[in-house]
Design a protein around this ligand. Structure first.
Ligand code: NAP
Length: 643
């Protein structure tokens, strides 16, 4: 409990409310709890002593040495039996305080920022005033169990945090796919193997299960909500953690955006990563998807997924053959004769979603020239964008400076007409045009002999930025609006905003969905499960005690694996808090019952052992081909191999 003592009135305040006079303090205090009094001047020292409360001396930032203040013959543990009062100088950081008590009292530790952020929240959900409390040592000995839904970084990092503190807890990870690791396997680009290294960390957790029955039990090929219900999970586990990531992507809401040739970036990324659903059966395997006949490609959106796709399209066969791209995909990619890649953003440079690191990597490729248009950069650097760059945090300012420096080092074109000239000329290199302030407006298709509508062009309309700093939107210029409803064929063919192409990638962000609409409240603006620091709300707006979320489905489809690691600390802090407040029930899941239910549905469950077998086969096949891994891209083959 954090209390504040009024200097004048010897009155104790809790947060903002008057609590009691110091004289009446002991009535308010419960034994066994630790109390902090926040003040630098306590006048009523004598009263506190009378009440048998222990008052510490003021201790200074960085130099906490409380032990000398503990009366001889006693130890701090004994003091905990009585309410312990401490006087804390205002300059003392909570961090130091917490660090000091961590070892002494086995307190549940809440990080400084967590404490500051969560104070109100914890008050609200627990209707209590304190957020630093004595850990219940028995928790670690009891048999708690967690079902984690989704085996990507959100799922595995959550498991890791729990097992680090409570190695004996049972953690079952359920996954829709037959294999683990989510986006690490099917999203991170194959030429970014260093980012995929976390797989080793995750696989350790699975292997531990086989060695000593601690660690993670994996249940793959199970679609939660279809194969197992919310009630199944609630009944069987002490807690559930939803970390199933983003299952869909954003839409442009333009006519023809689902026609052949206008592809989802997500599907393309899944394809070259050997996703079991999207590789063999995808459009990209069809003869119509022919990169030898495609000269111009348009990528809508300039986030890091756009950069990944651009890199994969720029690299030649030799540069990508040794990674884990499936052979069938490599064969298609090796025919790539793409010459021009137009990466098009509706907003400006400052708002661009790519990170400096990713664009720099593209700029360093051997056979690539990157161009930007001077007028687009200048127009995007309006007054409010300048304000955005003058960010409060030095790291953010540095980020913008570096972005600007990098852009200045690229080829800067004075006139739009130069783009078409360069795109037409064969300079032996691939050209990347980074475009800004162009909003996608119309997708043109032609009907092929086979009756399929194929994309033939896309039209963009010139836009400008409007809105407050950090909240600027792309608004189509007035003079362009009249073009909005015209057929592309009626618009001046020389317009620089029409791109004749039969390959468009919509790289406009991933989207999370609600797999249990009856049980989980969903924030439809941000497409996340509504939660407070990882604790999930039910349909009636109440926080569950035992349902949590982590990863993209918690905070939106943003950020790299490292961001999810940080996110998992946040969720774990909440889990731990509720555990130690005895809000969760120890449970041993009835796995026999669960498995029988799944078997009745004829589901092949991919367990740790089965995945290990697949993993081994993939690595062996890869080694024969002198590559990292040859992924199995057919689920029937996987089933056959493990049966
Ligand atoms: P993203 O970073 O959110 O970028 C989406 C892009 O699409 C933005 O440029 C956005 O522009 C644009 N966009 C959205 N709706 C649009 C519309 N209707 N019309 C035109 N443009 C539209 O998404 P992402 O590239 O899919 O990446 C997802 C997350 O994964 C990101 O946090 C990314 O950093 C991360 N990631 C990281 C790596 C890496 O580190 N190597 C690799 C891949 C992905 P506005 O800003 O104007 O909306």
């Amino acid at each position: 409990m954090f209390l504040r003592i009024s200097r004048k009135k010897s009155m104790i305040y809790n947060n903002k409310k008057k609590l009691c006079l110091i004289e009446n303090l002991d009535k308010k205090l419960e034994k066994k709890n630790l109390y902090f009094i926040l003040n630098d001047q306590i006048k009523s020292k004598n009263i506190l002593k009378e009440k048998n409360l222990f008052l510490t001396e003021k201790f200074r930032d960085q130099k906490i040495n409380l032990t000398q203040k503990v009366p001889s013959g006693s130890n701090i543990g004994n003091h905990m039996k009585k309410p312990l009062l401490m006087r804390i100088g205002l300059e003392t950081t909570y961090k130091n305080l917490i660090a000091f008590y961590k070892d002494k009292l086995n307190l549940n530790m809440i990080s400084t920022s967590f404490f500051k952020k969560k104070f109100c929240f914890l008050n609200k959900i627990q209707k209590m005033n304190f957020c630093i409390y004595q850990a219940n040592k028995e928790i670690a000995q009891k048999k708690y169990s967690f079902a984690i839904i989704g085996s990507g970084p959100g799922g595995f990092y959550s498991a890791k945090q729990i097992l680090k503190k409570y190695p004996k807890f049972q953690i079952d990870i359920y996954e829709k796919l037959p294999h683990p690791y989510g986006l690490v396997r099917t999203g991170i680009a194959p030429d970014h193997q260093e980012a995929k290294n976390v797989e080793k960390d995750f696989s350790e957790l699975m292997r531990k299960q086989e060695h000593d029955s601690t660690g993670v039990r994996f249940y793959g090929n199970i679609q939660i909500s279809k194969d197992l219900s919310f009630e199944d999970l609630k009944q069987n586990y002490s807690g559930i953690i939803f970390s199933y990531g983003a299952e869909e992507e954003n839409k442009l809401n333009l006519l023809n955006e689902d026609c052949f040739g206008c592809f989802s970036a997500r599907n393309f990324v899944n394809w070259y990563n050997g996703h079991i659903y999207y590789t063999e059966k995808s459009d990209f395997m069809s003869p119509q998807f022919d990169l030898s006949k495609t000269k111009d490609v348009v990528i809508i959106g300039n986030g890091n997924v756009a950069m990944d796709i651009c890199r994969i399209l720029c690299k030649n066969y030799n540069e990508i053959k040794n990674f884990d791209i499936p052979e069938k995909v490599l064969e298609k990619l090796s025919k790539n004769k793409i010459k021009n890649i137009h990466i098009i953003a509706r907003r400006g440079l400052v708002q661009s979603a790519f990170t400096v690191k990713e664009l720099r990597e593209v700029s360093r490729l051997n056979n690539v020239n990157i161009y930007v248009l001077k007028s687009e950069i200048e127009n995007s650097l309006n007054e409010n964008s300048q304000k955005e760059m003058d960010a409060i945090h030095a790291s953010e300012r540095r980020h913008y400076e570096r972005k600007l420096e990098l852009i200045k080092s690229l080829n800067i074109l004075e006139k739009e007409a130069q783009i078409q000239e360069i795109a037409k000329t064969d300079n032996g290199k691939k050209n990347i045009f980074l475009r800004f302030l162009l909003t996608p407006a119309k997708i043109e298709v032609v009907k092929e002999a086979n009756g399929i509508n194929n994309v033939s062009a896309i039209k963009f309309l010139r836009s400008h930025l409007e809105g407050k700093p950090n909240n600027q939107n792309a608004i189509i210029n007035k003079e362009e609006e009249e073009n909005l409803n015209n057929d592309i064929s009626n618009i001046n063919k020389n317009s620089q905003y029409i791109f004749n192409t039969n390959v468009i990638f919509k790289s406009i962000g991933y989207k999370c969905t609600n797999i249990f609409p009856k049980h989980l409240k969903f924030d439809t603006n941000n497409n996340v499960i509504l939660n407070k620091w990882g604790v999930v709300f039910d349909r009636e707006n109440n926080l569950y005690d035992d349902v949590f979320t982590c990863g993209w489905v918690k905070r939106g489809a943003k950020g790299i694996v490292d961001s999810t690691l940080r996110d998992s600390y946040d969720t774990f802090n909440s889990i731990n808090y509720l555990l130690e407040m005895d809000k969760l029930t120890p449970k041993i899941p009835d796995n026999k019952g669960i498995i029988e239910k799944l078997e009745r549905k004829n589901i092949t469950i991919f367990t740790n052992e089965k995945w290990n077998l697949i993993d081994k086969i993939e690595l062996e096949r890869g080694s024969k081909l002198k590559k990292i891994r040859e992924k199995i891209i057919n689920i029937e083959e996987m089933k056959r191999l493990v049966s």
